[in-house]
Write a protein that binds this ligand. Sequence first.
Ligand code: CDP
Length: 243
Amino acid sequence: MEEKPEKLISDEGIRVDGRRPDELRPVKMEVGVLDKSDGSAYVEFGGTKVIAAVFGPREAHPRHLALPDRAILNCRYHMTSFSVEERKPLGMTRREVELSKVIREALETVVFLEEFPRASIDVYIEVIQADGGTRTTGLTAASLALADAGIPMADLIAAVAVGKVEGQLVLDLCDVEDKYGEADMPVAIAPRFNSIVLLQLNGRLTPEEFKKGMELAQKGIAEIYRMQRETLKKKFSSARMEA
Ligand code: CDP
């Protein structure tokens, strides 16, 4: 485990990785990175690297799980064994089962499931490298992969964590800040409706800090949403040019 640095924020207000409190890590996004799935995306926030793949809508399997009036959305969030320094169990841990559930519930708020009765839409999120914020990066990637698969959605989902580090509110925590900071709050939003689709809080914030933290998250999310739309536009406009 990485050791605690002497200071998480310098006297000049600079964080361990050189960022200002309201800065995102360098972000990379790409869609259509895999051939076998119907949609896919790769998203990187600094050292956190995630790939998402989507299959469907396809016949639900096993068939008795199919619903007569809508599709089922299956979601698996998983960390590869080489994504963290410690020895990670091979199977699904309790944490991964919980994260699969909260990510699924967030995605269900935007996907038009009722358009595909008896079908399933399967979302796989693989964390290739973890450095804080894997659930938010996973959600951001999953919504891009769903869009890449052409699945009708009310909106994309953009997500980021905010937190408190040495008394200071910061955007997009890295692993060290997550581990040694006072609070960590992942937020996911469907920006078109400004509706919050995931909100968790680990640690404590005052009501005032919570309000400021949400504003900081919204600012980051606006930037992430812009990048998501750019990424999709780039793929689909180049596909049109090839046609
Ligand atoms: O990744 P996220 O912030 O959504 O979830 P977390 O449970 O708050 O985990 C924070 C960070 O701890 C992860 O991003 C990893 O960098 C690290 N972690 C780890 O090293 N080993 C694990 N088994 C789980 C998490």
